[in-house]
Ligand binder design. Structure first.
Ligand SMILES: *Cc1c(COP(=O)(O)O)cnc(C)c1O
Length: 355
């Protein structure tokens, strides 16, 4: 793929990385590429970051035919820039695309676009501890036409933005609430995809929980409202009686997180028994109350590992591990981030260097 690069003549001032809020400062450039039925993907280009013009009838505004990804580029102590398991994100993007009828993007072109964009904006990859360059690829249906159908025209775009340490004061346990009425995903639906619609549909429950002082909701399955699925926009794991238990991906209602896969591989490598299976809220609450629930944490690219200190269910609060970060939770965080920032060896071959 031949990427045309137009560099900005007006580079923007870089923000102070201290306390920079997530997703508010964008780098100087973005990658774009168009698709038209019969022609395929064309016109790959890196251009200065700026607005895009679409007709109000553009299909994405009405029918939400959209998919996205979230990943990061990391600067090592030697000043090198690297990606973490980018192929996993690329493959997941195309899997989301199958469900949302967004045309496939050749994996090697996608990776080339990621590397080229990060290299053009390499000065935007911050070097302060625990900072990174967040990367947001997305594709939208842009046919200027109403009426529900699969679009014939798409825009694929990649934005990047420097992000600060997710936990400036170190890992902090969060309080979560079991969501017993609303659901995030149903069997046969879009739960396994990263599509904007999933997020729109989750806003109400999260917002209500936020008003009550919870930082996330614990989602239950959409059929029986009995089995645990995810925590907010993260996958969830529990250490019960020494074993690691996490909801399985089988029903297609749980997002196949890259951090989830990473954590499970490391845990198995360390010799932990890992069970990917249904876990009911009753089983979890029982374990919390009889003291066998030793640790609980969420996994996702943004926070990496997010310890859970407290679960609220039917107006009762169940504290986990005295509201302190579990030993394994901390060790997982330290191990994964050390690989991502190039502070330790990468025995699994997850790192892809950029420049
Ligand atoms: C993105 C996402 C995750 C985490 O996936 P990672 O690849 O680890 O970042 C988990 N759940 C939902 C709903 C998500 O959208």
């Amino acid at each position: 793929m031949n990427i045309a690069i137009t560099r900005t003549t007006n580079p923007r001032k870089k923000p102070d990385m201290k306390g920079i809020p997530f997703g508010t400062y964008f780098s100087d450039h973005m990658f774009m590429m168009n698709y038209t039925e019969g022609k395929g993907w064309y016109d790959p280009r890196i251009v200065p970051y700026g607005t895009i013009e679409l007709e109000p009838s553009a299909m994405v505004f009405h029918y939400a035919q959209e998919i996205f990804e979230g990943m990061k580029a990391y600067r090592t102590e030697k000043g090198r820039i690297q990606l973490f398991r980018p192929m996993d994100n690329i493959i997941r993007f195309n899997n989301s695309g199958v469900k949302l009828c967004v045309p496939h993007i050749p994996e090697e072109d996608f990776l080339q676009a990621l590397k080229a964009l990060v290299e053009v904006d390499k000065d935007w990859v911050p070097s302060e501890p625990n900072t990174s360059l967040y990367i947001r690829p997305f594709a939208i249906a842009i046919d200027p036409q109403l009426g529900v159908h699969v679009a014939k025209n798409y825009l694929f775009c990649i934005l990047t933005c420097p992000v600060g340490a997710y936990y400036p004061e170190g890992l902090n346990p969060v309080k979560i609430a079991v969501e017993a009425r609303e659901v995030r995903a149903v069997r046969g639906g879009t739960g396994f995809t990263k599509c904007g619609g999933n997020y729109a549909a989750s806003l109400h429950a999260s917002h209500e929980a936020g008003k009550k002082g919870f930082s996330q909701v614990l989602w239950l399955d959409g059929v029986e409202q009995k089995y645990i699925e995810e925590v907010g926009a993260m996958n969830v794991m529990f250490k019960i009686n020494g074993k690691i238990i996490t909801p399985s991906l089988e029903k297609g209602t749980v997002l196949p997180g890259v951090t989830r896969r990473t954590a499970l591989q490391i845990l198995r490598h360390w010799g932990y028994e890992v069970e990917e299976r249904d876990i009911s809220i009753d089983e979890l609450i029982e374990a919390a109350d009889n003291g066998t629930l030793e640790e609980a944490w969420g996994t996702g690219t943004a926070a990496v590992i997010s310890p859970i200190g407290e679960i609220s269910f039917e107006d009762k609060v169940h504290v986990i591990g005295d509201f302190k970060i579990g030993e394994l939770t901390q060790k997982l965080y330290d191990t994964i981030t050390a690989i991502q920032w190039g502070k330790s060896e990468d025995p699994f071959g997850w790192i892809v260097p950029v420049c």
